[in-house]
Design a protein around this ligand. Sequence first.
Ligand SMILES: [Ca+2]
Ligand SMILES: [Ca+2]
Length: 281
Amino acid sequence: MKKIITLLLIVSLLCLIPLACCACKRKPAAEIWDPSKYTETLDFSQYELVFCDEFEGELNRDVWGDTRQGYRRDGYWTRDLAFTDGEGHLVIRTEWRDATETEPAGVYSGAVRTSNPQTPEIGYRHGFGYYEIRCKLPSVEGIWHAFWMMCGDVYDEDDGSTDGIEIDVFEYLPNRDAINCALHWDGYDEAHKNAHKRFEKVGFADGEYHTFGMNWDEDGYTFYIDGKKVWTSTGGGICHENGYMKISTEYGEWGDWVGTLQTSNLPVDWVIDYVKIYDKK
Ligand SMILES: [Ca+2]
Ligand SMILES: [Ca+2]
């Protein structure tokens, strides 16, 4: 009997070893931002510009359509809070609005996307390529800002991300001073899967411009901050379906995720200098 117990103990310990090794090899998904760790850049000589919006003049509504209007999480999306400023910038404003005859009181934000089911004849959809946004990030807690894409059918729960993927080129969480790069696929219910990388204490609400990029090709989804490669993932497989871009600010009472919004800090603007896409030559 003693031999059997000893044998069982040895087998149990052996079973634990692979788990322990996995645990020590697994890289944490969040880390304190240290730009000196990242040096690799995209070789632009291998790429050509195929889309460029510097946001000069009026917002090009043939490209940038509305997100679904109205209730969004704990706030509202409304088209008039996404506008160009006449100085080459897209402004995504967040403000508090008192109730009117047509709108309830609440936190309202701008948001745009290059696709709109109501107007499928306009917009812009694209596949493989390097996508980049240049912007100045605001520091008000309780809201978050994102440049993201919806590619193929993200809601299809089969076939991993080969048939559809949400690519969050970046999200900025002012309360954490964090940049989140993320991939989501197989819907948003029980089958939902994701991969992400978070950089904290980035110090990007510094009044300076920063760039956030993502290169999507046969090898995966590779993310760039200020031109430096910071993370790469194959998600649940390479998506070959075109996608559309979204630029949005959202408000939601999600506790630690975004912190608490003091409406006295509103209005606040997220200022975007450009969006560009490059294709591999
Ligand atoms: Ca510009
Ligand atoms: Ca899928």
